[in-house]
Design a binder for this molecule. Structure first.
Ligand SMILES: Nc1nc(=O)c2c([nH]1)NC[C@@H]1CN(c3ccc(C(=O)N[C@@H](CCC(=O)O)C(=O)O)cc3)CN21
Ligand SMILES: CC(C)C(=O)C(=O)O
Ligand SMILES: [Mg+2]
Length: 286
């Protein structure tokens, strides 16, 4: 099998179907896909079954996002979630994904204080959460933080453009890098690459700017609301699968209506219990 087939094969199907253990996706695979012009998907995951399913579907990178804050824990924004709340979710996803690279998102307050704090938090996610990489928000101002982590041997994914942890400083959920500020997005991306980042997420950036960054970087870009030219595309899974019923941001495409399926199942169960249809003879021990 050629190198090309090895990496292009649907993740989790080839090797696993032949009874061989799945081969872990590694950072160099992402870089090879960039050099071949192949685009790749990334999804968030926060628990065992979603990690197993997305792994089987061939998603090469799973992000345990700080978006767990408003998609798992019931907070209204990304800001309140803590390292201690995210750690068990990272550990669950890492135990469950056989093939995907698992990236732990560093939450607000867990890395901004200093490069030393950033490294200490990254080490916790690697040791206790068994993540394969970490992600943090911020441009050139956070290059020293990225550098400290990568120097210690921990891969870092950057995140620029609209960075939700800074929503109050950015004036809300707004596109970043329009007009003159486009050059700043490019400079931030280059600074992160120079500091050792293995990939850079761009969130809500004009497609033209994201395309420029993607061409200027050696490392892959991952877009969310950043147009079609990024090397990868990421979505929050509850948006992608329609579990979250609120009107999604414009950059979301809904591939299923999981909310309706679950609502229907719960209603059917409730009705069966009330009508004594459930449990039936086949569910009963004697
Ligand atoms: N479920 C979910 N999906 C996400 O994409 C997501 C999270 N949660 N939590 C963390 C951050 C927050 N993000 C967000 C949240 C809201 C908008 C939003 O409301 N966007 C509007 C307005 C854009 C504008 O005003 O220009 C949109 O229509 O895109 C965008 C990104 C992205 N992340
Ligand atoms: C939307 C992605 C990039 C993210 O940072 C998250 O889910 O927390
Ligand atoms: Mg995040």
């Amino acid at each position: 099998m050629s190198d090309t087939q090895e990496v292009s094969a649907p993740y989790g199907s080839g090797a696993a179907a032949q009874g061989k253990p799945a081969k872990r996706v590694r950072i160099h695979h992402l870089h090879e896909m960039k050099s071949r012009g192949e685009h790749w998907p990334m999804l968030t995951a926060y628990d065992m079954y979603t990690a197993e399913l997305f792994d089987e579907a061939g998603i090469p990178v799973l992000l345990v996002g700080d978006s767990a804050s408003n998609n798992v824990y019931g907070y209204d924004t990304s800001l309140p979630v803590t390292v201690d709340e995210l750690m068990p979710l990272v550990a669950a996803v890492s135990r469950s994904a056989k093939r995907a690279l698992v990236v732990a998102d560093l939450p607000f307050g867990s890395y901004q204080l200093s490069p030393e704090q950033a490294l200490a938090t990254a080490v916790r996610f690697m040791k206790e959460g068994r993540a394969h990489a970490v992600k943090l928000e911020g441009g050139s101002a956070f290059a020293p933080h990225v550098k400290a982590i990568t120097t210690a041997g921990v891969p870092v994914m950057g995140h620029i453009g609209f960075t939700p942890q800074s929503e109050h400083n950015l004036g809300g959920y707004r596109v970043q890098g329009r007009g003159d500020t486009g050059d700043q997005v490019v400079a931030d991306a280059l600074a992160l690459q120079e500091a050792g980042a293995f990939a850079v997420v761009m969130e809500m950036v004009p497609a033209e700017v994201a395309k420029r960054v993607t061409h200027e970087l050696r490392v892959p870009t991952v877009g969310i609301g950043a147009g079609p030219d990024c090397d990868g595309q990421v979505l929050v899974w509850q948006d992608m699968a329609g579990l979250r019923r609120a009107k999604p941001p414009r950059f979301v495409k809904r591939y299923a209506d999981v909310a309706s399926v679950l609502l229907g199942a719960a209603r059917d169960f409730a009705e069966d219990v009330r009508s004594r249809e459930f449990p039936g003879p086949e569910h009963v021990f004697h």
